[in-house]
Structures are given as structure tokens and as C-alpha cells.
Ligand binder design. Sequence first.
Ligand code: NAP
Length: 257
Amino acid sequence: MGRLDNRVALITGAAMGIGRACAERLASEGAKVVITDIEDHTGQETAAAFRAKGYTANFIQQDVTSEGQWQSVLADIDRLHGRLDILVNNAGIAIRKSIFEMTMDEYQLQNSINLDGVFMGLKYGIPMIAKTEGGSVINLSSVAGLKASPGLSAYAMTKGGVRLLSKSVAKECIAEGIKVRVNSVHPGIIQTAIWDKMGVPTDGENQVDVEQLANNAVPGGLLGKPTDIADGVLFLASDESRYVNGSELVIDHAISA
Ligand code: NAP
């Protein structure tokens, strides 16, 4: 018996990184996973790799900034599985620039993925999840949503927004009698491609060395793995967290402590 048998889970931005690890962990406990990502080829490969392990996994290409695509992805899931129980709003980008360096186009792009994408996931996902016996939404925030992050100020703004959006929507669901829990997860420094994308890949001089960064920023210098986050997401997705709602799960090896 898996902890998520008969549940259907949608994980955004799951072609790689934390989203992929979450999808695999949920699938390993019996969930039927639908992974979406803007990256079509990698997403297809990830779903195929999961199916090869015996998991029920589908990939649908999705840009989380598109309202129409949110609606069509949920309609596809309804056709595929007839229900949705778990939504992990994971897709996100990080533009590593101070407020003085960041252009308005970059600012708006980051907001549209990290904030609008999560808003639409909640707005359209919760009514579908509400048709089941009760479900769970997990939004990927960050340690940057809890404390100042110089050099990442606009990113921190989006992640702080995700934190309070999650808490507020959790209470809106309770007020409406909707049995959907909403929580946020706050990773510290986790080894994924997001750090390469944050670097300036010219001559390597300005590139972010994530191990060095962790050495300086994390107590004990310990760099996190995507599976460290996936284990927390599994807890929030499962019935073991039945009484955890409007809460924030910090997985940062004491960065913010
Ligand atoms: P990642 O390795 O870069 O994976 C993110 C995935 O989301 C990529 O496949 C990316 O595609 C995709 N994506 C980007 N824009 C999208 C869009 N508009 N629609 C759908 N998918 C899109 O990042 P990660 O490190 O796993 O991060 C996952 C989440 O955790 C993010 O919300 C991030 O802010 C948060 N987080 C990460 C860390 C960390 O240290 N890694 C720490 C705190 C919080 P592209 O490759 O095309 O961009």
C-alpha cells in the first residue's frame, strides 16, 4: 500500500530539478502523476523514465503564465483520470540581479511565472481538487520568501508573495467549506540547474558555484538535494499532514534559523 494510492497529482515545472524529484517521490507512493513543464523534450523524457519504473506518469507541455493552458491542462487531466487530488506549484525562475540592474521586462517575466503561475494554479486547480474527498496544494516558495536576499530582491518579492498567498487561500478554502489544504515549502540551497541559469555563462568568471555558495551560506556548508524537498512535499501531500494547513515547511538546514 502506497501513501498516495488512487490519488492524482499535478506537478508543474517537473521536467527536471525539484519538480521532477517531487513527481518521482509522489509516484513512488502510488500517485498517478501528471508532470507539466515549458520544456517539451525533457518533460517527455522524464515521464517516459517514470513509466519505465512502473509508475503511471503523463507529460503535458504547459507554460504556467498562460491562463488558457491552465484550463486545458486541467481538462486533459479530467479526461485522463477524472480527478485531481494534489497540485504542486513548483515551476519558477530566479533572475539574480539587484533592483538597480533588473529591467522591467525581466521583473515582469519573473512575476508572471513565480506569482501569476501560482495564482492561476490555485484559482483553477482548487475547484477541481474540491470535487474529491479532500486534497492538498503545495506551493514552492523559498528561504528567500522568509528573509532578505540581496541580489535577488525581486525573486524574494515573488517568493514572499507565494508564502502569503498560500496562507490566505488556505483560510479562504476553510471559509468556503472547501476541503483543500494549502501550504508552502521553503527550500534553502538545493543543487539543481536553476543555479546555472542564474549565472552569467560567458567566460565562467561570473558563474555561480553552488557548492561554494552553500559553503558560505548554509550552516555546516551542506548543499541540499531535490529529494530533500520531495520528502517534505510528500508529507504535505499525504494524509499524515491532515492538520497542517496554511503552514510553511522550511527545508534549509538552518539558513533561516
Ligand atoms: P529548475 O531546475 O530550473 O527547474 C524548473 C523547471 O521549471 C524547469 O524545467 C523550467 O524550464 C521550468 N519552467 C520555467 N518557466 C516555466 C513556465 N513558464 N512554465 C512551466 N515551466 C517553467 O529549478 P528548481 O531549482 O528545481 O526550482 C523549482 C522551484 O523551487 C522554483 O519555484 C524555485 O524558485 C524553487 N526553489 C529552488 C531552490 C534551489 O536552490 N534550487 C531554492 C528555493 C526555491 P526552463 O529550464 O526552460 O526554465
